[in-house]
Design a protein around this ligand. Structure first.
Ligand SMILES: Nc1ncnc2c1ncn2[C@@H]1O[C@H](COP(=O)(O)OP(=O)(O)OP(=O)(O)O)[C@@H](O)[C@H]1O
Length: 208
């Protein structure tokens, strides 16, 4: 299976392209880094790959898998700030079971404590909450995972624990993982290959 973005052009405002003729692909089971300086459009490309926003031109193709319009999204996106991606009016028990029931082993490996299940999102730390958001994205129907600065706000131990679980799960389930991070050491350590958006820089020009 392959997730592919071809000749992507996108702009938020009419006078400046954020993405210009961008090509990107990832195969099942691959771990691919997506790097570039701040503001280069990494998050924008992540949202396009996940189908959250539509490019002005170009195409995103998910080869070998059908995307249901109102069904589960096989391309899951995890953001840096977990508090923005959970319903504050739901308790953690409901949040973690939103799309599937994760196994006890997975919950334990992620370091989630039983006592957290009855809490509201506002009663957990950022690292505790992010563990829920990561597990929630590891459904059997997930084919690709886009981790957009997923562990940037967390301490080194929590970061390592979460990545160990994600990479182990991805390997066992043949999931492709896109790693968006400013942490070069992390990208170099876990990625099979790295795509640098800066290499497309020459083509990201102001529209006259
Ligand atoms: N909703 C929006 N409306 C207008 N401009 C936006 C919007 N979202 C992002 N931008 C702009 O688009 C550009 C790319 O933003 P994006 O978040 O994709 O970059 P990034 O490479 O992920 O940055 P960072 O590494 O800082 O997270 C930035 O100049 C940003 O200001």
């Amino acid at each position: 299976m392959q997730l592919k973005a071809e000749n992507i052009n996108f702009k938020y405002t009419k006078d400046k392209y954020v993405l210009r003729d961008i090509n990107f692909h990832i195969n099942s089971g691959e771990v691919v880094g997506l790097v570039a300086p701040s503001g280069f459009g990494k998050t924008t490309l992540a949202k396009i790959l996940a189908g959250y926003i539509t490019p002005e031109s170009g195409e995103v193709v998910l080869e070998g898998c059908k995307r249901e319009k109102n069904g589960y999204n096989p391309v899951q996106l995890i953001f840096q700030h977990p508090e923005k991606s959970v319903n504050p009016k739901w308790k953690m028990k409901k949040i973690i079971n939103e799309s599937f029931t994760p196994s006890k082993e997975l919950i334990e490996a992620m370091g989630i404590k039983e006592g957290w299940m009855n809490r509201w999102p506002s009663e957990l730390s950022g690292g505790e909450l992010q563990r829920f958001c990561v597990i929630r994205a590891l459904s059997p129907n997930t084919k690709f995972l886009i981790a957009d600065e997923m562990t940037t706000m967390l301490d080194a131990i929590t970061q390592a624990q979460i990545w160990n679980v994600v990479l182990d799960y991805a390997k066992k389930n043949d999931i492709g993982v896109v790693v968006i991070s400013h942490e070069k050491a992390l990208v170099d350590k876990i990625c099979d290959r790295v795509v640098d958006l800066e290499e497309f820089k020459e083509e990201q020009k102001e529209v006259v």
